[in-house]
Every structure is written in structure tokens, then in C-alpha cells.
Design a protein around this ligand. Structure first.
Ligand SMILES: NC(=O)c1ccc[n+]([C@@H]2O[C@H](COP(=O)([O-])OP(=O)(O)OC[C@H]3O[C@@H](n4cnc5c(N)ncnc54)[C@H](O)[C@@H]3O)[C@@H](O)[C@H]2O)c1
Length: 340
């Protein structure tokens, strides 16, 4: 089995992806994270679930120390690059930090992949690259409208750099995965999202509120052109997203094309409004949430959901877990880690 390096491996999607690779028989996995938005204890949880310790490095992918990972682990074939900052509102406050980490960090990872002969590169992009779109569901061929946030811009630049690099015949096969809204937690709530920074994504906000309903959270925007006025998103189980990385890696590995660059949407193919998510979460988990209705938030698009037929046709991937499962597993995880 190929040797694979995951950056951002103790983060939310990275940790679930590490487990998916292990479940598919990949044992030679190296994890890199600087814990800027995650906890080292996530590796203990992965080890407990998979029965194998995680080989990991506490380094920043922008640093010179990152190269040590390649010299100490010769023959890395796959790079799964998650490490980035991911908060849309924070990126509006700190755009240069986002460009520095998400773009400069990516370029450094690309340079080392080139230097050490990595064969397959999987990039974490985002549906935010589509901007505000007119025609739904969105397809990979849909036009990319102006980014609504510095975060979205950083992902779009990342995609362009990688596509341009692939076109030069760089000899590395690149898969660009556009995630919609990853949510939920590993089965039985044994692993989930444990961010260091204040969560900006909806489901972790609901979990925090269900635990401590004393302070209301805000629903940003109730005057969008949607049935109930709140934003519509496409929620996809994090383990479905994780499984797609294994499928993507295998697909790219099997290609003989030296200019290989493919983009895939990863969503559930259905849109759910913020207010509907609140209702489903409450019903599935039997909890009451405390929220207020507020104005729109800078950087948010109105509505988006995915067409994922390309990933099904080429990667053989489709989402298998329901919205209810997302909500139940997220809450189960919250209860598990707050008790432990
Ligand atoms: N979660 C989402 O809603 C979502 C949606 C679309 C795309 N993405 C992208 O997916 C990737 C993973 O997202 P996530 O939800 O797991 O986020 P996360 O914050 O949980 O994980 C990212 C990890 O990268 C680490 N990291 C950040 N900068 C680093 C650096 N310079 N060097 C080393 N480690 C660094 C963080 O400590 C964190 O553990 C990101 O690139 C994100 O932009 C996420």
C-alpha cells in the first residue's frame, strides 16, 4: 500500500480521512499538523479506534522543518493537503493571514512534493469558489463567480495554481475536491470536530448551544430569497467526504496522464436551510436550541447545493449517510467528549 502524507491531519476532515484510509488498508500514513486549530488528543482517539498509533509531526507546512517529514519518510506517494484556515468570517477580518497560510502554505507543499517525487496530490477546496450562483444544483462546469470572502479567494487561487501546475506536465496527478458543508461525526460519536478556535460552522454551533443554551446564537439573515428566508447549504457527512479522498487517491493513482487534473463536487445533492437544520437537529436529538434572528453576515452566499454525478461516474463515490445521521452523530460526539 502507498505511503501517504496528510497535512492538517488532526483537524476535522483530516482526522476522519486518516481513519478512512486505515479502514481501506493503508497503514503507512504520516500525519502533519501544527495544532493551530486542533488538539493532539485527536491522534489518541484515532489510535484507539483503529488499534494503531499515528505517526505524526507537529510542524507548520510553511516552515523549513516541514521538509524533515519528507527526508525522514522517503517514498511518499500521496499528498492529501488539508492544512489551511477555514473560517469565512475570520477571513474577512484577517485576509492576509488567510492568503499567507492557505496560498503560501500550499505553494510550499507543492514545492516539496515536486522535490521529493510525490505522485498524487489531493487538494481541499470548497464550494465557496462558486460564489453566488444563479443555476442550481451547481456542477463542476458551472461558472465561478467573484469570491464572497478572502477565504473563498484563497481556495480559488489554490485551485488555479494547481491546475496551472498540472498543465505544465509537472508529473504529479492532482485531484481538486470541492467540499460543500461537511458536518457530523464518526460512527458512535467516537471522533468529531474539536476545533481550538470558536466554531463558525452551523452544526458545531448547534452542539455548543444544546450543551449550554444560556447564550443565544444568531441565525444570520432571514431575508434571503429562499422559502424561509435563511441561507441554504448542502450538508454532507464528514465520513462520506473522508471516503471520497480514498476513492480520489486510487483513481488518480491509476491514471497514466501526466497532466492529470480533475475537480469533483462533494455534497449530498440537496439543499437545507439554516432554520430547517435547526429543526432537524432539535427533533433528532430531543434538545431545545436558543437562537435569535439577525442580519446577514458578510461573506455568506444565499443558496448552494451540489450536483455530484461526476464523482459518482468517475470515482464511484456517492454520499451514504443521511441528514439525520449527521445531526445525531454530531450530538453524540459532543456528549462523548464533554464527558471524557
Ligand atoms: N470544514 C468545512 O466546512 C470545509 C469546507 C470546505 C473546505 N474545507 C477545507 O478543508 C480543509 C480541512 O478543513 P477542516 O474542517 O478539517 O479544518 P480544521 O481547522 O479542523 O483542520 C485544518 C487543520 O490544519 C491545521 N493547520 C492549519 N494551518 C496549518 C499549517 N500552516 N501547518 C500545519 N497545520 C496547519 C490546523 O491545526 C487544523 O488541524 C481546509 O483546507 C478547509 O479549508 C473545509
Amino acid at each position: 500500500m502507498a505511503k501517504i502524507l496528510l497535512t492538517g491531519a488532526s483537524g476535522y476532515i483530516g482526522s476522519h480521512t486518516l481513519l478512512s484510509f486505515r479502514e481501506q488498508g493503508y497503514t503507512d500514513i504520516i500525519a502533519v499538523d501544527n495544532f493551530s486549530n486542533s488538539h493532539p488528543e485527536i491522534y489518541d482517539r484515532i489510535a484507539a479506534i483503529s488499534g494503531m498509533p499515528v505517526k505524526h509531526y507537529n510542524v507548520d507546512v510553511r516552515s523549513d522543518a516541514f521538509e524533515t517529514v519528507f527526508t525522514e519518510n522517503p517514498g511518499i506517494e500521496g499528498m492529501i493537503h488539508f492544512a489551511a484556515y477555514k473560517s469565512v468570517p475570520e477571513s474577512v477580518e484577517k485576509p492576509l493571514e488567510y492568503f499567507e497560510n492557505n496560498v503560501s502554505g500550499l505553494v510550499h507543499v507543492m514545492q516539496l512534493c515536486k522535490k521529493y517525487g510525490v505522485k498524487v496530490f489531493v487538494f481541499s477546496s470548497s464550494c465557496s469558489v462558486y460564489g453566488n450562483i444563479d443555476v442550481l444544483p451547481v456542477m463542476e462546469s458551472s461558472p465561478l463567480n467573484p469570491p464572497e470572502s478572502p477565504y473563498a479567494a484563497s481556495k480559488r487561487i489554490g485551485e488555479e495554481l494547481l491546475q496551472s501546475w498540472a498543465g505544465t506536465g509537472a508529473g504529479i496527478k492532482i485531484i481538486n475536491l470541492r467540499y460543500f458543508n461537511p458536518a457530523g461525526a464518526y460512527k458512535n460519536g467516537l471522533l468529531g470536530e474539536l476545533p481550538l478556535n470558536r466554531p463558525a460552522n452551523l452544526v458545531p454551533v448547534l452542539c455548543a448551544n444544546a450543551l449550554d443554551p444560556g447564550t443565544a446564537f444568531t441565525v444570520f439573515g432571514t431575508d434571503y430569497n429562499t422559502p424561509d428566508g435563511s441561507c441554504i447549504r448542502d450538508y454532507i457527512h464528514v465520513s462520506d467526504i473522508a471516503d471520497a479522498h480514498v476513492a480520489a487517491f486510487v483513481y488518480a493513482s491509476n491514471s497514466a496522464d501526466t497532466t492529470f487534473f480533475r475537480t469533483y463536487n462533494l455534497g449530498s445533492e440537496s439543499g437545507t436551510s439554516v432554520l430547517e437544520v435547526i429543526r432537524v437537529f432539535s427533533e433528532e436529538n430531543g434538545v431545545t436550541l436558543n437562537y435569535t434572528l439577525g442580519p446577514r453576515r458578510s461573506g455568506d452566499v444565499e443558496a448552494i447545493w451540489a450536483d455530484c454525478s461526476l464523482a459518482l461516474a468517475e470515482l464511484g463515490w456517492k454520499p451514504r449517510r443521511s441528514l439525520g445521521e449527521i445531526m445525531r452523530s454530531a450530538w453524540q460526539w459532543t456528549l462523548n467528549y464533554t464527558k471524557s
